[in-house]
Design a protein around this ligand. Structure first.
Ligand SMILES: [Fe+2]
Length: 157
């Protein structure tokens, strides 16, 4: 049954596509952050190991909420790694995760990319798709990614 929430079917579909694309981005970043947690090394190992765990825990909650928002709009959430790789706006490459500065820089760039994608998608959701719920939901995520970016950036300054 389709939701009767004063958003046209075409706009619901457009919102679901934005959200599924975001879901793929979040999944890639989640995987990279887990890799950072596993592979980090050095004198401050425990601090960094735990720091990355805090970050991937936050991303895991975000991932679940994004997927469930797709369902709330009456569409299906993507659920395969192949789909995520096909649709993501982030780049999956073989990072040198033995170098802590490189780990932090890579994760920071991805968070900042997501912040920029969200800023554009919030405007689309609000002004074009008339989907205030998605615009508001994405605004909350924008703020979370800005905070996670600050945490990463602080390790680099
Ligand atoms: Fe662990």
């Amino acid at each position: 049954m389709k939701p009767n929430i004063e958003i046209s079917e075409i706009n619901l579909k457009a919102s679901a596509l934005l959200l599924n694309t975001l879901l793929a981005d979040e999944y890639l970043l989640y995987t990279k952050t887990r890799s950072a947690h596993w592979n980090v090394q050095g004198q401050n190992f425990i601090e960094m190991h735990n720091f990355f765990e805090t970050q991937y825990d936050s991303l895991e909650v975000i991932i679940d909420n994004v997927a469930e928002r797709v369902r709330a709009l009456g569409h299906f959430a993507l659920g395969s790694l192949k789909d995520f790789i096909d649709i993501t706006r982030l780049i999956e490459h073989n990072n040198d995760f033995t170098d802590n500065k490189n780990i932090l820089q890579t994760l920071l760039e991805d968070h900042e990319s997501i912040v920029r994608f969200l800023r554009k998608d919030i405007s689309l959701s609000d002004e074009k798709h008339r989907d205030l719920g998605t615009a508001s939901f994405m605004t909350g995520l924008l703020e979370q990614h800005e905070k996670m970016s600050w945490m990463l950036r602080s390790h680099l300054s």
